[in-house]
Design a protein around this ligand. Structure first.
Ligand SMILES: [Zn+2]
Length: 286
């Protein structure tokens, strides 16, 4: 095997381990935030017998497997949610690392990698916001606002990392070509998201006016999810946005009851991930 391949595999495995650890922390957030408990201190304990958990009980993924999904002390079954979220985060991080391999291929010059790495970290954080959102808030109107703002901040961090990369001479792009590609990506994605929203409103509401859609108090949560859809499409860019917008449109047409927006954000996020990763792999392949 060539050193590049060894290095690529090593980086993907490390991203997976990092993802499992972050997934474990994500579980703590999902469990403690709704109870208004701190997420930064305090020991983890068994929810049935209250026994404090040791280091061996807290190894992401493996502890659950080796203990057969049971508490070491009282043998009460532990929810499979823990291992599911840890492995989901690990898998997402591995795919993310695999689609950003160029970032790791110049280990002799780490200065070149600092800003692309910040960009990758912003994507990592976004994944976990989506997971926490779908587990705790279940796509309520207010959580869609939180996600839209988080997405905006995430996008700004990515743009800033790109600009700094050009400004410090680590990228051969010029600033003007960078801004051109950023605006095509942003506005292209936003327009595709907007089209999906307009189409879904027209198709779902049939002859009724679009005007009443914006007046209706009951539709507030749904409108917030529209905002999230547009923001998400803008953030992931032109081509992946086509997949995300199509998934959103289909979900809106299938879920006729407008009050039932539960998991709409999750479906949209899954569509966005599909488009994003498929496009990243397509670029790797050509
Ligand atoms: Zn126990």
């Amino acid at each position: 095997m060539s050193p590049e391949i060894v290095l690529a595999i090593l980086n993907i495995v490390l991203a997976g381990i990092f993802g499992a650890i972050v997934g474990s922390f994500t579980n703590v957030c999902i469990y403690r935030i709704p109870e208004h408990r701190t997420i930064v201190k305090g020991h983890s304990m068994c929810m049935t017998c209250g026994h404090e958990l040791g280091a061996l009980d807290l190894v992401p993924i493996f502890s659950w497997l080796f203990l057969g999904g049971k508490c070491r002390y009282c043998k009460t079954p532990i929810s499979s949610r823990y291992i599911k979220i840890e492995s989901l985060t690990a898998l997402a991080y591995m795919i993310m690392a695999a689609s950003h391999l160029a970032l790791f291929l110049d280990p002799m010059d780490p200065s070149k990698n600092v800003f692309p790495f910040i960009e990758l970290c912003a994507l990592f954080i976004m994944i976990n916001i989506v997971i926490v959102e779908m587990m705790i808030m279940k796509d309520t109107g207010s959580s869609m606002y939180v996600m839209t703002v988080a997405l905006g901040i995430d996008y700004l961090v990515q743009v800033l990392a790109k600009v700094l990369n050009v400004a410090t001479g680590n990228s051969s792009d010029s600033l003007s070509s960078l801004f051109r590609s950023i605006s095509i990506r942003f506005f292209g994605g936003a327009i595709i998201g907007l089209l999906a929203v307009i189409l879904s409103v027209l198709l779902v509401r049939g002859g009724r006016s679009v005007h009443s859609y914006f007046q209706d108090k009951d539709q507030k949560a749904l409108r917030t999810s529209d905002l999230f859809a547009i923001a998400l499409c803008a953030a992931i860019g032109l081509i992946p946005a086509i997949v995300a917008a199509t998934v959103y449109l289909i979900a809106r047409l299938l879920i006729k009851n407008s009050n039932s927006i539960k998991y709409l954000g999750t479906v949209l996020a899954a569509g966005a991930a599909l488009g994003y990763y498929a496009y990243a792999f397509y670029q790797l392949a050509i």
